[in-house]
Structure formats: structure tokens, C-alpha cells
Design a protein around this ligand. Structure first.
Ligand SMILES: C[S@@+](CC[C@H](N)C(=O)[O-])C[C@H]1O[C@@H](n2cnc3c(N)ncnc32)[C@H](O)[C@@H]1O
Length: 233
């Protein structure tokens, strides 16, 4: 939100938390990696790359990874974790003027859409750098879960201030599913797939209650694979 990198102060804690936990390692990452498909030999832009947990896996699968994040500490952690990747500090509010048009095979945008004020403009930049036959994979918090947690009008687009269980202070946008679909459309994408993920079997060993809840309720994340719509200018 804004130009303040809110993850900067807890970047080191985030990597410890997200490396092997249920929500990131056994729910979000398997889903987005499956939607990306075979990445061997492909160029992948990891937008809002965080500490490089995705980049590490993508490089292991043979991808050529460029990543960026608003938080300098996240970029440092990515560079340490994934020496074969190229990482830089960049805010999604700004144009990706260091990347040419049609230069990337795939763009990954995991669990960060919520933090961007002008999401259509950011998505349009991601589309600009994608090759015509490329694809964007994004994940976000499931809007139904957001609404069940926060109440109010499901259709309102509004900002939430929250303190998460680890004391992390976060500010993010709440938006209905329709808004994300409309933003993708306005940015020149066609939605190819929408997935409401289920956790992997390993998740049940980590936390049986969360596993069972995510197997029956839309209260976690969702993921979308979208392709450039070449009917749009
Ligand atoms: C929940 S983490 C997800 C990290 C990574 N994509 C993953 O799934 O492991 C959200 C990330 O988005 C980054 N972020 C938030 N707002 C951003 C912005 N405007 N531009 C670039 N990165 C941003 C944060 O710094 C943080 O690293």
C-alpha cells in the first residue's frame, strides 16, 4: 500500500514462516506452480518475489528467473537464496521500464495483488512484458474468506488494517472476486483457469484443523491463470 514497503520490518520472519508452513508451502505454492506448468527453459518474472521461495523452486525446475519486490530486504534474501536468479527492488506502482515488451514467457504474481493501489495499471504492465503466447499466474486471498472474516458489504472495495498473529502490521485491499476479474479484463487479460485450491496431503500432518477447514471452506486463497487477450489493443 503506497510506497511504504510494509514487509521490510518482518522480511526475515516471513521467510522462516513461509518456507515450510501449510498456507504457503502446502497450499499456495503447489497450486501456482501447477498453473505455471513446465517452466524448463522459460523466462519467468516473479513479481513481488518476497524472499525467493518461489524463485528457488522455479530455478530448480530449469527456469530463468527475474524477480522484484518493493522491500529491499526481501530482494537481499532472494539474491542469497537463489544465486542463479536476478533480483531488484521495484514497486509495482511504477512502470517496469527496465523490461522490454513481450520479453517474458511467464509472470508469477503470488499473494501480493492485495497490496497494490492501482491494480489494473500494475497488471497492464505485467501484460506488456509478457510474450503473446505467455501467461500470468496470480494468487490472492479468497474473497469469501475475507468477507467472512471482516463482514460488511462483500462488494465494497476497501482498505483493511490488521495485525496478524505474529504481530505483523499489514494494510491491504479487500475486493470481491468480480473486481479481480474486471481488473484482469481491463489490463488486457483473458482468464483461462480459476482454481480454489485444496491443501496437499502433507498439510494434514502440519495442522489437521486448518487442513480440514481448507478442504471444506473457501477461506484460504484462490489462483488464476490468465493469458494476454490479443483482441484488445
Ligand atoms: C505475502 S508476500 C508474498 C511473497 C511471494 N510472492 C511469495 O508468495 O512467497 C507479499 C510480498 O509483496 C511485496 N509487495 C507488496 N507491495 C508491493 C509493491 N507495491 N510492489 C512490489 N512488491 C510488493 C511485499 O514486499 C512482499 O514481499
Amino acid at each position: 500500500m503506497g510506497s511504504h514497503p510494509q514487509y521490510e520490518v518482518f522480511a526475515d520472519e516471513f521467510v522462516d514462516h513461509a518456507r515450510d508452513n501449510l498456507f504457503n508451502a502446502h497450499y499456495d505454492r503447489p497450486t501456482c506452480l501447477a498453473l505455471l506448468g513446465d517452466v524448463a527453459g522459460k523466462s519467468v518474472l516473479d513479481a513481488a518475489c518476497g524472499p525467493g521461495l518461489y524463485a528457488e523452486e522455479l530455478v530448480a525446475r530449469g527456469a530463468d528467473v527475474i524477480g522484484f519486490d518493493q522491500s529491499p530486504r526481501m530482494v537481499e534474501l532472494s539474491a542469497q537464496r537463489v544465486p542463479a536468479g536476478r533480483f531488484r527492488v521495484h514497486d509495482l506502482a511504477d512502470p517496469l521500464d527496465w523490461l522490454p515488451d513481450n520479453s517474458m514467457d511467464l509472470v508469477l504474481f503470488a499473494l501480493a495483488l492485495e497490496y497494490v493501489d492501482d491494480r489494473t495499471r500494475a497488471l497492464a504492465e505485467l501484460r506488456r512484458v509478457l510474450r503473446p503466447d505467455g501467461a500470468l499466474v496470480l494468487s490472492r486471498m479468497h474473497p469469501t474468506g475475507d468477507w467472512l472474516r471482516h463482514g460488511g458489504n462483500y462488494f465494497d472495495v476497501r482498505v483493511i488494517d490488521e495485525v496478524w498473529s505474529r504481530g505483523w502490521q499489514v494494510r491491504y485491499w479487500l475486493a470481491p472476486l468480480e473486481r479481480t476479474c474486471e481488473e484482469l479484463h481491463a489490463a488486457g487479460f483473458l482468464i483461462e483457469r480459476l482454481v480454489e485450491p485444496r491443501p496437499t496431503a502433507r498439510a494434514a500432518e502440519i495442522d489437521r484443523d486448518d487442513y480440514e477447514r481448507l478442504m471444506r471452506e473457501p477461506t484460504g486463497f484462490l489462483a488464476i491463470r490468465a493469458v494476454p487477450d490479443w483482441r484488445q489493443p
